[in-house]
Design a protein around this ligand. Structure first.
Ligand SMILES: Cc1ncc(COP(=O)(O)O)c(C=O)c1O
Length: 412
């Protein structure tokens, strides 16, 4: 061995740490990037990959931000945990929208919901703590649990229950190492919304066993038909002391690029997460925080308009997907995703290929139909595809008809 090659067990032998090296790229961002690259190369790709509204941020929010740029107070560092007026507005908005009463000191403003999720797990978990994660899950949960030293324990629900997990399933996954459970409604990637009785049952089960809950409410305002959003700590107040709520402006106000989210939780956990943030990123951009303040303290008219458009697209996409033989798509009641099962298509011959997995099927759809979808493997459930319907009506209809044509050619 040359002097330049350290032995394998030496700390200098490994270039990237095992902890961070084990994190995989966000599959949803990867699909989106691939679709955008093909598009840039001149291919007429239609992308169902992105998890973001296709609307611009409402004008009054942009105006508030433009004004904030000229205010020199915003040119400086501000408290790491968030602008006091934004924290107060988030507490008020939470009471208005969820019926959940919290103090501004229970709020931490973060760089988007993603940072809120990472910091919540980091603040609560010790190495080896298990976290029950209902699957299909959004890819970021298991990765941030692992980064925090925890162990994600998936509990899978399928299309026969509209992807909703039962208390019995959760209980079967509980061990003496279980510390936390993740609860997301409306859900990414399935669009499922838990009925109030089931939210209550899950919350009571968590209280009974002394478990923490991380509940992600980022799609709270995107529910359709008779479905209603239910905030878990509002219906199970006994859980307050062990409940961390994650939320943000990204989806409600078409503000994915502004990067403002928040944590609401017990004061000790919020303080711990704030300490972590103070060393990692400090305050969220002041201009973005002022924009978020205009958003959360303003009306919900803009989201009502977006919701009407999403609802129309939702009905179109579900109908068109279910017209394809071998595709089963339950009707999502929230968010902006459809999550069809394509299990019956796997192994069939389509244009000379036999895709055996949903990853291979998604690749074939991109190559042959020039349509980008995310395979279920990214969400812990092979055999499914996720399609975001946050795209224009014409593109949506064209994209799904291309899939209908291609998948209609499937033969044994
Ligand atoms: C369920 C869920 N939570 C949180 C987020 C994070 O949103 P952001 O970091 O853009 O605020 C997303 C984004 O896709 C999401 O789908």
């Amino acid at each position: 061995m040359s002097a330049a090659t350290p032995p394998a067990q030496s700390p200098t032998a490994r270039r990237v740490s095992a902890r961070v090296g084990s994190i995989s790229e966000s599959a949803t961002l990867a699909v989106d990037a691939k679709a955008k690259a093909l598009k840039a190369a001149g291919r007429p790709v239609i992308g169902f990959g992105a998890g973001e509204p296709d609307f611009p941020t409402p004008g009054y929010i942009v105006d508030a931000a433009a004004e904030a740029c000229r205010d020199t107070r915003n040119h400086r560092y501000t408290p790491a945990g968030g602008l006091p007026e934004l924290k107060a507005a988030i507490a008020e908005k939470t009471l208005r929208d969820s019926g959940y009463e919290v103090e501004p000191t229970q709020v931490l403003v973060t760089n988007g919901g993603k940072q809120a999720i990472y910091e919540s797990f980091a603040a609560v978990l010790d190495p080896g703590d298990e976290v029950i994660v209902p699957a299909p899950y959004w890819t970021t949960y298991p990765e941030s649990i692992r980064l925090a030293g925890g162990v994600p324990v998936p509990v899978v629900a399928d299309e026969t229950t509209d992807y909703l997990v039962s208390v019995e399933q959760l209980e079967a996954a509980r061990t003496e190492r279980t510390k936390m459970v993740v609860f997301v409604s409306p859900s990414n990637p399935t669009g499922s919304v838990y009925p109030r009785a089931q939210v209550e049952a899950i919350g009571k089960w968590a209280v009974e066993h002394g478990l923490w809950v991380l509940t992600d409410e980022i799609y709270e305002h995107l529910v359709y038909g008779d479905a209603a959003f239910t905030s878990l700590p509002a219906v199970v107040p006994e859980l307050r002391d062990k409940c961390v709520v994650v939320n943000g402006v990204a989806k409600t106000y078409a503000m994915t690029g502004w990067r403002v989210g928040w944590i609401i939780g017990p004061k000790d956990v919020v303080k711990a997460a704030m300490n972590l943030q103070s060393h990692a990123t400090s305050n969220v951009s002041n201009v973005a925080q002022v924009a978020a303040l205009a958003a959360v303290s303003g009306s919900l008219d803009a989201v009502a308009e977006m919701r009407a458009a999403f609802d129309r697209r939702r009905r179109t996409i579900v109908r068109m997907l279910n017209e394809i033989e071998g595709v089963v798509c339950p009707e999502p009641e929230g968010a902006f995703y459809a999550y069809p099962s394509v299990k019956a298509l796997l192994g069939k011959e389509i244009r000379g290929k036999r895709p055996a997995t949903s990853v291979e099927l998604a690749e074939l759809i991109l190559e042959e139909a020039e349509v980008a979808v995310v395979p279920g493997e990214a969400f812990g459930t092979p055999g499914y595809l996720r399609l975001s319907y946050a795209l224009g009506d014409e593109d949506l209809a064209e994209g799904v008809s291309r899939m209908q044509k291609l998948l209609g050619e499937a033969r044994d």
